[in-house]
Design a protein around this ligand. Structure first.
Ligand code: SF4
Length: 240
């Protein structure tokens, strides 16, 4: 699906949200309540309220993420579907590898993401044939070739990315103009927010994704597996 260049970016995003609903009435928005995601929450509440909003409570989120989640729920009167990891899988993992296994090596970090994020996401998306994300091309090299609408080989679903061409300034202009609640950690130089032990602030000029899993070697892709390149997934590089 090509973007209609005669529309503003906001209109394009609304059009993509509505196209996602038309494609699958059970479409889900995977929301982590970062800056892009609260923009989509505002747009969904106003223009595509059929979208099912899902979020993952990994058990390791910062308090600020719960605060913005609650602020959005109250402001927009939305139902937010929280998904938790399987308790027994978490118990076994931390019993065998410790609560901070993600610092050991990349394989351990990916194992933690698989238990705390990927399995609950798969459960949250079960029954849907499409999902919506807040990814933008500008966010990272690993996202630079993503399209507005993609065939997600990993999940075998359509993936709609309504903000794919938005800049960071577009996102923040929208938040300010529409008085959208946002995660307080953004004001402390956290451009990308995930689990508390795996997220830190970045310095001026640093890659926005460099605050995620910063201890890993430089050529490791700073992704948890939710938005990996389908080719990499096909090659077994942390496919879902
Ligand atoms: S981001 Fe860190 S704590 Fe969260 S699931 Fe991944 S490895 Fe585990």
């Amino acid at each position: 699906m090509d973007l209609d260049r005669s529309l503003t970016k906001e209109q394009q995003a609304i059009s993509l949200l509505q196209a996602a609903v038309a494609f699958d009435a059970g479409v889900a928005f995977a929301c982590s309540f970062g800056a892009e995601d609260v923009v989509l929450i505002d747009l969904i509440a106003k223009h595509a309220s059929e979208v099912r909003i899902i979020t993952l409570d990994t058990g390791r989120l910062p308090q600020q993420s719960y605060d913005v989640m609650d602020a959005c729920r109250k402001k927009y009167d939305l139902t937010i579907h929280l998904y938790f990891p399987q308790a027994q899988a978490v118990e076994a993992m931390v019993r065998e590898q410790g609560v901070n296994l993600f610092y050991h090596d990349i394989a351990s970090r990916k194992a933690c993401c698989a238990v705390r994020k990927i399995e609950p996401l798969k459960r949250a998306l079960a029954g849907s044939t499409a999902w919506i994300t807040g990814v933008r091309r500008e966010q990272a090299e690993s996202r630079s070739k993503m399209e507005a609408v993609e065939d997600d080989a990993a999940f075998q679903m359509k993936k709609f990315n309504p903000l794919i061409e938005w800049s960071d300034a577009d996102v923040w202009n929208y938040i300010r103009q529409h008085h959208v609640p946002y995660n307080a950690l953004h004001d402390q130089f956290y451009p990308s927010i995930g689990c508390a032990p795996c997220t830190r602030a970045v310095s001026v000029g640093e890659d926005p994704r460099s605050g995620r899993w910063w201890w890993e070697q430089e050529d490791a892709v700073a992704e948890c597996g939710l938005h990996m390149n389908p080719i990499k997934n096909a090659a077994g590089n942390y496919s879902i």
